[in-house]
Design a protein around this ligand. Structure first.
Ligand code: ATP
Ligand code: MG
Length: 737
């Protein structure tokens, strides 16, 4: 046991060994929060204070929970280590899924319910709007999706939504319709997983009591990013702090709250302190991760935020090397530089797996990937090209989902004519009408059809029925293999010139199934029911989306967005694309909250590095089919000069000195050429700052800034939902209005 506690500092030791009570550890990046949480679980078990079954632990990603379980198995003595698996550990979604599967009847769900990821959810909403003949210009599917999820995350079923106008009333009706559709199809979206299991616990007292008594300790990592409903869910299980419920141990960092845009509430920390009468807020201030310069830069950046609980970090390690800054001519140039630096790090003995390449938006990865690939450097995109979200995988999963649950209309619509089998839009319309008339799923409505639609769709139904029959006895990997052939997917991609990679991915799905079975352990009962196991596998696929590929064997450079880097650490970190509009993201710049959230994201990014931090930006960049000329990020300016070393000569186009812009479209050669810096002038062809204007593509907007003159005159326009854009007047054809 002394081994377990040997390397902790006094505050960490205090936190790990706290007697049973509600507690909050509030501490900055790299101060050992996750380590404290893991060690506390081990300590509680090892000292016999609780059995593994009595612990519920919440992590932010599936990867984090796998890593934590692996650590625990090594921390605990052999006998106990095996039991680490009986800890309920996972993300909120994973844990809710487990609860709903176990008590599906009480929750009003079939055992084999399917999970809709957010792309599936959007498809389901679009399909619903179409069936109901709703104008999707008036009710854009994405808005509706956002509305529904926000309501669910606030714990509101349709009847509980505040209706303040006709538009909202209509949206609430659509929310009701959407719920009915999901129930008919036996599918559950991410927000529903949470709300449904919350309601289950809230309404079913015996069940709630059971879990309240079972879980003695609930531990939550990354607490700052929990949303309201998740907090209420925790409160239910902990019996709101009354006797008999579990003890809640939360760790978090308000400076790393980066999901407020998705409803995360830092206020949960304050409420937790108050409602659970937390007398012990433990602060950890020593950082064990990064060299001093990196830490100083992080502290300097986050100090620009006003909305903070306030804390700072120090380290015993020396200052280390300066942060290296590179200004590239363009994005390709930046990628080449990154690759050269990586090659030199690897030559000096650094493992590729300890190098991370971070960027603000997924779209930025492509150029980096291209360069890495051309240079033969193994790399892995983590969370980006999501394995389970690739087209061919989604097709295969849709067949599997239909086997598990024929009423899943989203899956049905996806593959009914893929690979093509002559089922046209007309037949599907007839089918949808029938489904409406008979109030059934698409699948169940096929027998009601006559004529050609009845024949072709009947064949499809028979295909699925055959698959179901033929796979009833097969182990999961063979089941998947069978479906890949029987569905015609393999043959389809074989005949496709560019299908090789897709075929490899399909094979990888069989591996994923095999791994899943292995991870489940040799549970004879589960293995004896292949179709129930299939439903578990499909749930796993929906929950895992994307985290899969980053784990597999070979030593590879890791690419990911800053969001997915939360909680991780690497020897060397490249933070690319540090440009205004990119990072901070253009949608955030106008709002204080938005900008502060971007800054927290920057803080997360910087604090991922242990030894070396590289910061880069490009004078011009091709993104979304446009060439953009951006100023370098304000976050770079917030780093004290003494901490950085420029690898390139800073150009005259520093912040404020020169020229920043957002240009379009790239098809115009005049725009793609780098314009020369020009002095600001008021020669704007009759336009002025503050003026309302109209643009053919972006619609109405207002001019917020102007620069340059003559042929180079450019203005920045806020187009509301279309965002802030820099436009070259000579090209953009703005109309005053
Ligand atoms: P983040 O906010 O980024 O999630 P964190 O607070 O969870 O960070 P950890 O990831 O737990 O921090 O720890 C950061 C690093 O410091 C890890 O490599 C961890 O093993 C190491 N570490 C933590 N505490 C100690 C300690 N007392 N002695 C040595 N190393 C430590
Ligand atoms: Mg952590």
């Amino acid at each position: 046991m002394s081994d377990l506690l040997a390397n902790l500092n006094p505050e960490q030791l205090l936190a790990v060994t706290l007697p049973p009570q509600h507690a909050l550890v509030l501490a900055g990046a790299g101060s050992g929060k996750t380590r404290v949480l893991t060690t506390r679980i081990a300590w509680l078990i090892q000292t016999g204070q609780v059995s593994p079954q009595g612990i519920l632990a919440v992590t932010f990603t599936n990867k984090a929970s796998r890593e934590m379980l692996a650590r625990l198995s090594t921390m605990l003595p052999a006998g106990l280590g095996h039991n680490a698996r009986s800890i309920w550990m996972g993300t909120f979604h994973g844990l809710c899924n487990r609860l709903l599967r176990t008590h599906h009847r009480e929750a009003g769900l079939p055992q084999l319910f399917q999970i809709l990821d957010s792309a599936d959810q959007l498809a389901a909403i679009k399909r619903m709007l179409k069936t109901l003949n709703v104008d999707d210009e008036k009710f854009p599917p994405r808005d509706l999706q956002h509305f529904i999820n926000a309501q669910k995350e606030a714990g509101h079923r349709p009847h509980a939504v505040d209706v303040w106008d006709d538009y909202t009333r209509r949206r609430v009706e659509l929310y009701t319709e959407y719920e009915a559709q999901c129930q008919r199809e036996s599918v559950v979206d991410f927000a529903e997983l949470l709300l449904r299991s919350y309601e289950l616990l809230e309404r079913n007292e015996p069940l709630r009591r059971h879990y309240q008594q079972r879980f003695r300790h609930i531990l939550v990592d990354e607490f700052q990013d929990t949303n309201r409903l998740q907090y209420r869910w925790l409160k239910l299980l902990a019996d709101e702090g009354r006797d008999g419920g579990a003890w809640l141990f939360c760790v978090g960092d308000d400076d790393q709250s980066i999901y407020r845009f998705r409803g995360a509430e830092v206020g949960n920390m304050r409420d937790f302190e108050r409602e659970f009468k937390v007398s012990n807020v433990i602060r950890l201030e020593q950082n064990y991760r990064s060299w001093g310069n990196i830490l100083d830069a992080a502290n300097a950046i986050i100090r620009h935020n006003t909305d903070r609980l306030g804390k700072s970090l120090w380290t015993e390690r020396g200052s280390g090397e300066p942060l290296r800054v590179f200004e590239a001519f363009n994005d390709g140039d930046e990628a080449r530089w990154v690759v050269e630096e990586i090659q030199s790090l690897v030559r000096d003995g650094m493992s590729r797996a300890d190098i991370a390449l971070l960027y603000r938006s997924n779209a930025q990865s492509r150029v980096l990937e291209h360069q890495l690939f051309s240079s033969g450097i193994p790399y892995r995109v983590y969370g980006g090209l999501r394995f389970f979200e690739r087209q061919e995988i989604k097709h295969a999963l849709a067949y599997l989902r239909l086997i598990a649950n024929p009423d899943d209309d989203t899956a049905f619509a996806r593959v009914v004519n893929f690979p093509t089998r002559g089922i046209g839009a007309r037949s599907l319309e007839v089918l949808q009408d029938a489904a409406r008339t008979w109030q059934g799923s698409l699948y169940a409505s096929v027998p009601h059809l006559a004529g050609k639609p009845g024949t072709v769709l009947g064949q499809f139904v028979r295909l699925i029925e055959d698959m179901r029959r033929d796979t009833r006895e097969l182990p999961l990997p063979e089941l998947v293999d069978h479906v890949l052939d029987a569905s015609g997917l393999r043959a389809h991609y074989k005949s496709d010139k560019e299908g090789q990679e897709r075929l490899e991915n399909l094979d990888e799905l069989i591996n994923a199934a095999a791994n899943f079975v292995a991870e489940m352990g040799a549970d004879g009962e589960a293995l004896a029911q292949p179709h129930a196991l299939l439903a578990d596998f499909l749930a796993h696929a929906s929950l895992e989306a994307g985290e899969h590929q980053a784990d597999a064997g070979t030593e590879a450079v890791q690419l990911m967005t800053v969001h997915s880097a939360k909680g991780l650490e690497f020897d060397a970190v490249f933070l690319t694309g540090l440009e205004e509009g990119l990072f901070p993201h253009e949608n955030s710049i106008l709002e204080r909250d938005g900008l502060e959230e971007e800054r927290r994201l920057m803080y997360v990014a910087v604090t991922r590095a242990r030894e070396r931090l590289y910061l880069s930006f490009a004078q011009s960049r091709m993104l979304h089919g446009q060439v953009r000329y951006n100023l370098r990020s304000r976050f770079l300016e917030e780093i004290p000069e003494g901490l950085t070393k420029w690898l390139s000569v800073p150009s005259a186009r520093g912040r404020g000195a020169g020229f920043g812009g957002y240009f379009e479209p790239s098809r115009s050669p005049r725009v793609a050429a780098a314009p020369s810096p020009a002095q600001p002038s008021r020669d704007l062809g009759g336009l002025r700052v503050g003026q309302q204007v109209k643009h053919a593509r972006f619609g109405q907007g207002v001019i917020v800034a102007a620069e340059g003159g003559g042929a180079d005159a450019r203005v920045q326009v806020n187009f509301g939902s279309a965002g802030l854009k820099w436009l070259l007047l000579a090209v953009a054809k703005l109309e005053a209005c």
